[in-house]
Design a protein around this ligand. Structure first.
Ligand SMILES: Cc1ncc(COP(=O)(O)O)c(C=O)c1O
Length: 498
């Protein structure tokens, strides 16, 4: 078992069940009480609101909290056991589970070959093509600046001094005074998260993560041997349930926590300033390093609401908050340039460990990013990006509403992802059915810890216009096949998610 085992209190479970039936009028239909309770708990597991492998209250306690008879609770638990959503050990208790054979997050990554683009719409990658002419200009600028570096050995484990300086200056410009010694340049945000995991979250360490969260980071942490402690996101774009975070940080005392506070992947939520302040305070109190991934932060495309201050503003010295940044979404993923901002001593440890990882990032790409940030090209490219992503979002939202009127989602104000409930159908089955119909889409469970979010898919703002329309039409055809119970073939587990 890769994850931490949590317990759900009877009062907490009763509150979650009540909020569920308030949000779902169909929940009021007349089913036997034991069935309604079993369905409610199953839905909470599916939606990641209670983690898999969480200990449920004893029957007697649960009955008292819900005002039901003990027989009703026992029958509900029995139904859940039969359906594979509960495991019990006599005398020890009952734990939530997902049925054997439920799709778990992928291990294999299989990018589409370029010649598949004519037949397959790939909704797996939330990344846009390069914002030309800025890529070409930045590489030309970099080439002009390359000669002095050609006389060196070219290994800069902390990053090129010029790039560290300009990244530090950008933080200072955002109101968080930063020295170049607080910056390490990495190979994308993934390189940055991998480095922090290496330092703080090795074999057996607990790491608290949002549930859902960014699929590749979850997998990276699993492979590092970390034990994931999921903390459910609140409904919609409201985001972070701070009392739940406080409880997990206090009870599980994880060495590290990982959050995407700006246009969270996959939900698109943004943490407000109060949530940021309280999250940092809770992490500090628990002695947890809070890794904040700002990969999506520049992609704000609606004027409201006001952008909150960066999470690092609540820990400017960078001893609790370690910030991760990237050129991948704001500029182009092909750069493979990211960075870490933290206290100088943390950066020194990360740099020292790098000798055994990738030694450094490519000089030419670092010069390109440095050129962009110094000349204003970065900001111009970000403007292009925002306009492109906003247009794609609007086209996608309209197309999904037209073709899939029972799919539910909140429209985010930025980022690159739409987190969509699939009208009660299995997201994994829709992903599977989509492949022969020419659409690849990542299903919800990839973004959960051990099988939650079966009723979701993630759609990226990477297609617009007629292509968004075709993508939604193909998804609707896939959903129809699933609803009709058509037998499915294909290997959906290998979609590349980024
Ligand atoms: C939150 C988040 N972090 C990291 C990444 C990967 O970033 P990079 O390409 O810089 O490694 C992504 C890509 O989708 C992301 O959404």
């Amino acid at each position: 078992m890769s994850q931490w085992t949590s317990a759900v209190g009877a009062a907490q479970l009763a509150r979650l069940l009540r909020s569920q039936s308030a949000a779902d009028p169909a929940g009021g239909r007349r089913a036997p009480a034991y069935r309604a309770l079993a369905d409610g708990i199953r839905l909470l597991v599916h939606e990641g609101r209670i983690p898999v492998a969480a200990r449920l209250p004893a029957e007697r306690e649960m009955a008292a909290a819900l005002g039901l008879s003990r027989t009703t609770v026992a029958s509900a638990y029995e139904a859940l056991r039969t359906e594979g959503f509960l495991e019990s050990r006599r005398g020890a208790g009952s734990w939530t589970a997902v049925p054997a054979g439920s799709p778990l997050p992928t291990r294999g990554l299989d990018p589409l070959p370029p010649d598949a683009a004519d037949t397959m719409i790939d909704l797996g990658c939330a990344a846009l093509p390069a914002p030309e002419p800025w890529l070409t200009r930045s590489v030309e600028g970099a080439l002009a600046e390359l000669p002095p570096y050609a006389h060196t050995h070219g290994d800069y484990p902390a990053g090129l001094p010029d790039l560290r300086q300009v990244i530090a200056d950008r933080y200072t410009g955002r109101g968080i005074p930063t020295m170049p010694e607080q910056i390490m340049v990495t190979t994308g945000a993934m390189g940055a998260v991998a480095a922090t995991c290496h330092l703080f979250a090795g074999q057996g360490e607990r790491v608290a993560v949002e549930s859902p969260s960014y699929a590749n980071v979850l997998q990276l942490m699993r492979e590092a041997g970390a034990r994931l402690v999921p903390v459910a996101m609140a409904e919609g774009l409201a985001g972070w349930d701070i009392p739940a975070w406080r409880q997990v940080l206090r009870d599980a005392a994880p060495r590290m926590a990982y959050v995407v506070a700006d246009f969270h992947n996959p939900t698109g939520a943004v943490a407000d300033e109060d949530q940021r302040r309280r999250l940092v305070a809770a992490a500090r109190a628990a002695g947890t390093v809070l890794v904040v991934d700002e990969t999506m932060a520049d992609l704000r495309f609606d004027p409201v609401p006001e952008p909150p201050r960066p999470v690092a503003a609540f820990d400017p010295a960078g001893s609790t908050v370690v910030t991760v940044g990237s050129a991948s979404k704001a500029f182009w993923a092909g750069m493979r340039i990211g960075w870490v901002r933290a206290a100088p001593e943390i950066i020194r440890s990360l740099v020292a460990a790098r000798a055994y990882a990738d030694l450094g990032s490519p000089v030419l790409e670092q010069l390109s990013v440095s050129w962009l940030m110094r000349t204003g090209g970065w900001d111009a490219a970000v403007e292009l990006r925002r306009a492109q992503a906003r247009d794609n979002r609007d086209a996608l939202v309209a197309a999904v509403r037209r073709h899939l009127p029972d799919w539910e989602f909140e429209v985010p104000h930025g980022g690159l992802t739409l987190w969509t409930r699939t009208g009660g159908l299995s997201g994994s089955r829709i992903a599977e059915a989509g492949v022969p119909l020419g659409v690849r889409v990542p299903s919800g469970p990839r973004f959960g810890v051990d099988g939650a979010f079966e009723g979701y898919v993630r759609l990226p703002f990477t297609v617009g216009g007629a292509l968004a329309e075709t993508a939604a039409a193909r998804l609707a055809a896939a959903a129809q096949r699933v609803a009709a119970g058509a037998p499915l073939v294909g290997d959906h587990t290998r979609t590349l998610v980024a």
